[in-house]
Design a protein around this ligand. Structure first.
Ligand SMILES: [Zn+2]
Length: 403
C-alpha cells in the first residue's frame, strides 16, 4: 500500500443505541431494528478493523500493522505508544448510558497490575481494569446532544438541592462536607433510604414527564427518563438518579465539543456524536446501569470538585477546525468543505479520516479512496500528503496524534 487505503470498522450493538442513524451512514439495512450504538475505528483489539483493497480483498488492520508498524505509524509515535494510540467512534445514543468515570494513566497502571496480582480474570464481571491505559475522551456533537458532565459549581448545587424538595436532606451534607461528602453520601446510602427519597420524587415528576410537558433543560426530565429506562430490580430505585441533579446538565449544538479528562464523572444522555479517546476500555460505573458497580473503587477515582463546563468550538484555520485537548494520545479535527473544494494535509502518524456527511475523494500518492455512505473511512500512513476533493458539501473528521 502506498499512503492511503479504505478502512472498515466494527459496529457495537449495545442496547442503548438507536436503530437508524448508523445503518443509514453504513448503508446497512436493519430490518430487525437492532440497536446500532457505536461504530469503532482503530487498532484496539475489539475494534476489529480491516483494510479494504481496491481489488475487493481485505486484510485485518492489526495483522497488517504487525508487519508494517514502523513505516505506517512512524518511529516517534511507535516508540511512545507502541501502537495507534487512539480510537475513533460514531455514537448514536437513544437511551442514556451509565454514569462513569475513567482513571488517570498512573492509576490505571497501578490498579490494572493490582487486579492481575489478585488473579481476577480479564473477562470477569468483577474486573474494573481491562488494560493499563487512561481514557480521556473528546466528543463533537453531530446535532443537538445532551450529557451530564462533572459536579455543578457551589451556587448551582445549592440551588438545585433547594429547588428539589425530595433532595433537600442533602443540602446540610453539602454545606458541611462539600463534594466528597455529598457524593459519598448518595453512593453509600442504604437502598431503603434511596427509595424513601427518590420514590416521592418520581411520583411527582413521572406524570409530568409522561404528559410531555418537561423540557430537556430540566434535570427532572432526565431523572424521569432514567427511571423508565432503568426500572431497577426488586423495587430498588437506581441511585444514579441522584447524580442527574448533582452533575452539570449540558446541551451541545452541532459542531460543539466537550473534553472529559480522568476523574470527571459523566453520562451521555441523548444524541449523536463523533468521539475520540485513548485506546482503552477502562470504565468505572456509578449508576444508571445494570452492569457491575464498585462503589469504593469509583469513589477513589472521582474528582470531587466543581466542574465549570467548557464547551469547545475548535480553532479554525482554512477549512480545518481543530479541537485541542491536553491528551497526548489524540487530536481530532473536522474539515467542513463546500462543493467543489480541495484541501490538503500531511499525516504525522497513522491517521484515520471519516466522512459524516456528503461525499469526498481522498487522493494520496497515486491511490484514491472515495469516501461516501457505505465507505466512510480511510487510513493514512505517516508522512503521506492527502488531498481531499469534493463535488458536494462534505464533513470529514481527521484523527491524528499530536507530535
Ligand atoms: Zn466515558
Amino acid at each position: 500500500m502506498a499512503g492511503i487505503a479504505a478502512l472498515k470498522g466494527t459496529v457495537k450493538h449495545y442496547d442503548w443505541g438507536g436503530s437508524d442513524f448508523i445503518p443509514g451512514l453504513l448503508l446497512t439495512d436493519n430490518k430487525e431494528q437492532k440497536p446500532f450504538a457505536e461504530y469503532w475505528l482503530g487498532a484496539h483489539p475489539q475494534a476489529q478493523c480491516s483494510i479494504a483493497w481496491p481489488d475487493g480483498t481485505t486484510t485485518g488492520l492489526n495483522e497488517y500493522l504487525g508487519q508494517h508498524a514502523a513505516a505506517f505509524i512512524g518511529e516517534k509515535v511507535l516508540k511512545q505508544f507502541g501502537h495507534i494510540p487512539y480510537l475513533l467512534k460514531i455514537l448514536d445514543v437513544k437511551d442514556m448510558l451509565s454514569i462513569q468515570v475513567h482513571p488517570s494513566k498512573k492509576e490505571a497502571e497501578r490498579d490494572f497490575a493490582e487486579e492481575n496480582n489478585r488473579g481476577i480474570p480479564l473477562d470477569s464481571p468483577q474486573r474494573n481494569y481491562k488494560d493499563d491505559n487512561h481514557k480521556p475522551e473528546l466528543m463533537v456533537a453531530m446535532g443537538e446532544f445532551w450529557l451530564l458532565h462533572g459536579f455543578r459549581p457551589v451556587a448551582e448545587m445549592k440551588q438545585v438541592l433547594t429547588d428539589t424538595p425530595e433532595l433537600a436532606f442533602l443540602l446540610p451534607v453539602f454545606d458541611k462536607e462539600r463534594y466528597a461528602g455529598l457524593y459519598k453520601k448518595v453512593m453509600t446510602l442504604p437502598q431503603e433510604e434511596v427509595n424513601r427519597s427518590l420514590q416521592p420524587l418520581l411520583d411527582r415528576i413521572l406524570p409530568v414527564y409522561k404528559s410531555g410537558s418537561l423540557p430537556k433543560s430540566s434535570p427532572d426530565y432526565w431523572a424521569a427518563k432514567a427511571s423508565v429506562t432503568f426500572p431497577g430490580t426488586n423495587g430498588a430505585i437506581d441511585r444514579g438518579i441522584f447524580s442527574v441533579y448533582l452533575f452539570n446538565l449540558v446541551q451541545l449544538n452541532k459542531g460543539e465539543a466537550i473534553f472529559q479528562d480522568a476523574g470527571v464523572p459523566h453520562a451521555y444522555l441523548e444524541g449523536q456524536n463523533v468521539e475520540i479517546m485513548a485506546s482503552s476500555d477502562n470504565v468505572l460505573r456509578g449508576g444508571l446501569t445494570t452492569k457491575y458497580i464498585d462503589v469504593p473503587e469509583l469513589l477513589k477515582h472521582v474528582k470531587t470538585e466543581a466542574t465549570h463546563v467548557q464547551v469547545l468550538k475548535g480553532d479554525t484555520a482554512g477549512e480545518e477546525t481543530v479541537y485541542k485537548t491536553p491528551a497526548p494520545d489524540f487530536e481530532l479535527s473536522a474539515f467542513r468543505l463546500a462543493a467543489g473544494a480541495a484541501t490538503a494535509f500531511t499525516a504525522s502518524s497513522a491517521e484515520i479520516i471519516m466522512l459524516t456527511s456528503g461525499e469526498a475523494l481522498a487522493v494520496a500518492e497515486g491511490e484514491e479512496v472515495l469516501l461516501q455512505k457505505g465507505q466512510l473511512a480511510a487510513i493514512i500512513s505517516a508522512g503521506t500528503r492527502v488531498v481531499l476533493q469534493t463535488k458536494t458539501r462534505a464533513v470529514i473528521f481527521r484523527a491524528a496524534v499530536p507530535v
